[in-house]
Design a protein around this ligand. Sequence first.
Ligand SMILES: [Cu+2]
Length: 160
Amino acid sequence: MHTLKLKSAFLTLIFSICVQAACAHQSSEGDIHSAHPHARASLPGQRNGSVYLTLENRGTSSDRLTAVSTPVAGTAAIHTMSMQNNVMKMREAAGIDMPPRMKMKMIPGEGHHIMLLNLKRALKPGEKFPMTLVFEKAGKVDVSVAVDQVQSTGAMPHAH
Ligand SMILES: [Cu+2]
């Protein structure tokens, strides 16, 4: 019983830290909610980067993410990864369909991510930068992307 109590206290603590800090950067525009936009830190001279976030459609009609932009990169694109002949490949997607009640968490290595091409400067661990998501119905949604503390390892197959 004691252990259980401790455990729940610990979880409560984690949760409140999360709410106050890392997960506080949520934004919503109508039915579209986004949470925890984050990017990998980049090394000086690194030209590309990637952003991951959670997208949710809390409405009853479908929407679609059609474009992304950020001042830190020349181009931001929606990418999708898939296995082709045992090789992970990524290609640009025209958009991401968001049917009602859909919740999607972008994670490294599979599914969708936001690709930043021609970075104008290095993404420093711990900093934040603005990014704009454009939805067919919800319009523009501005988010603040947190740069992870961990440096990019280059392990992700990000050849363009
Ligand atoms: Cu990519």
